[in-house]
Design a protein around this ligand. Structure first.
Ligand code: TYM
Length: 332
């Protein structure tokens, strides 16, 4: 069986360290293990929350630049913008017609974003997961590398694939599997270790942006919440020190070691001593990515060419699959 991965990022707000570690870096680590690789910038998803739709163009190009600067070759892989492939929204419509409202109402992301007044929430926000299922299944993707927060959506895509196959009596779609890397599944906010790092947090100090300069990274780590206790030598001794655990885990990720190894290295030291070390490994890793992103963004014509190339390849695959779907649905 052909293995195909598809994943995507919403071009809303600033792309941050959680997106980079939880998604992009995990994609890069598996590039040579799968037959076909598609990476989408899901601009139509950004429209489901109106406040996020401003700066859509700039944010879309920034995410494309982040993919390439992080090591995804736009010639060997398909990097494209969701709205450049009309098959996504067509398939999403067919999925809307076979997806019970109960399944969508249970999605935690909808509950969080819609808040208390669900009747006022936009329909697009409600049917978001059906469009996400279409993003994945239009390519018959077999694996979907994401952060922990997207697991429920990928599981729903499996249910939708199965429901569609049952409806047409034919195994058109594979059941896609989420791939979630344990160490980077949930990068936490720098201000509150019980919350995930997120584009929608009002505080810029809660996250590192991929385009932050070295001084800003240094400042954000210096201001990151910690405590006045020394660093312990064992994981269970970290207890409820969530912010401490987050920073120490980030150091482990950037130095490619384990959390236990980091604890052994810094046992008995204070965070005032640890933070400059974390800043330094972070800057060493992130500044080349940032510089390449800035170069790519300065040459928009080339970036757009890469996106066109990606969209052409994606459209070829999507068109073949959408024909099969229309046939299965008995359309003329
Ligand atoms: P989005 O744009 O919120 O996030 C993009 C990716 O980054 C991961 N992520 C994190 N990982 C670890 N720690 C964090 N703090 C963190 N914050 C974000 C997310 O899990 C995700 O992998 N619905 C999706 C976009 C989407 C999509 C798709 C993804 C639309 N269609 C098809 C995969 C396949 C979303 O809103 O991700």
């Amino acid at each position: 069986m052909t293995t195909r991965i598809l994943s995507g990022i919403r071009p809303t707000g600033h792309i941050h360290l959680g997106n980079y570690l939880g998604a992009i870096r995990s994609w890069v680590s598996m590039l040579d293990q799968v037959d076909e690789r598609l990476f989408c910038i899901v601009d139509q998803h950004a429209l489901t929350t109106q406040e996020d739709a401003k700066d859509l163009r700039k944010n879309t190009l920034t995410i494309a630049a982040a993919y390439i600067a992080s090591g995804i070759d736009p010639v060997k892989n398909h990097i494209f913008v969701q709205s450049h492939v009309p098959g996504h929204t067509e398939l999403a419509w067919y999925f809307n017609c076979i997806t019970p409202m109960g399944w969508l109402s249970r999605m935690t992301q909808f509950k969080d974003k819609a808040g208390k007044n669900k009747d006022q929430a936009m329909t697009g926000l409600f049917v978001y997961p059906a469009l996400m299922a279409a993003d994945i299944l239009i390519y018959k993707a077999t694996h979907v590398p994401v952060g922990e927060d997207q697991k429920q959506h990928v599981e729903l895509a499996r249910d939708i694939a199965q429901a569609f196959n049952n409806y047409v009596g034919k195994d058109i779609f594979p059941l896609p599997e989420p791939i979630i890397k344990k160490e980077t599944a949930r990068i936490m906010s720098l201000r509150d270790g019980s919350k995930k790092m997120s584009k929608s947090d009002p505080s810029d100090y809660s996250r590192i942006h991929l385009l932050d300069d070295n001084e800003t990274i240094e400042l954000k780590i210096r201001k990151a919440k910690t405590d006045a206790e020394p660093i312990p030598g064992a994981i269970d001794l970290l207890g409820e020190r969530l912010e401490a655990k987050n920073l120490l885990s980030l150091y482990a990720v950037f130095t490619k070691t384990s959390l236990l190894h980091v604890l052994t290295e810094f046992e008995g030291k204070m965070f005032s001593e640890f933070k400059p070390k974390l800043t330094s490994v972070m800057i060493d890793h992130l500044s080349p990515v940032r510089n390449t992103m800035l170069e790519l963004l300065a040459d928009e014509a080339t970036l757009l060419q890469y996106l066109k190339r990606g969209a052409d390849a994606a459209n070829t695959l999507a068109d073949a699959h959408i024909k099969e779907v229309r046939q299965a649905l008995n359309m003329v």
